[in-house]
Write a protein that binds this ligand. Structure first.
Ligand SMILES: [Zn+2]
Length: 155
């Protein structure tokens, strides 16, 4: 007889179970995946993932679980993920514009200044522009990051 322990909630908030097989092998399995396999009566195959239909990964109701291929799941994740936009006035030409927050953050992490609106504006300031963003907030309705105030220094 295989024994099942759990579910345990991991540090990422997802539930897992531990299965101990007759031969002593221990296996950790995602709890929703286990529930889905019980529902469909077989194990998931390599290309299949357990998808939470409502995108709430804590909702492990079997009716909320379905099999999706990895590509289908990635496509769905892209549709559901809100895109944070960083909206700002370009410090060079004063044009109001938006950029994906992920791109802006990535550049900040690299120690780059900015953002500015375009490559041509970036060319005008080179590396001598420093943007101090004072506050920004994410609006879940418009999916935009609203910059309430910021200031610039051009050396
Ligand atoms: Zn500009």
């Amino acid at each position: 007889m295989t024994k099942m322990y759990g579910p345990y909630v991991g540090p990422d908030g997802r539930k897992r179970i531990q299965i101990v097989h007759d031969d002593g092998r221990h296996q950790i399995k995602s709890y929703p995946k286990y529930l889905l396999e019980q529902k469909i009566g077989r194990e998931l195959e390599g290309d299949e993932t357990c998808d939470h239909i409502d995108e709430d990964f804590t909702n492990d109701d079997p009716n909320n679980l379905q099999v999706l291929t990895r590509i289908q799941n990635a496509t769905k994740a892209m549709l559901f993920r809100p895109v944070e936009m960083y909206s700002f006035n370009c410090p060079v030409c004063k044009t109001y514009t938006s950029k994906p927050m992920s791109q802006v953050r990535h550049n900040w992490n690299l120690g780059k200044s900015g953002p500015v609106c375009s490559k041509s504006c970036a060319g005008l300031v080179g590396k001598n522009l420093t943007v101090h963003e004072t506050t920004y907030e994410f609006d879940p309705i418009t999916k935009e990051v609203i910059v309430t105030s910021n200031s610039w220094e051009i050396d």
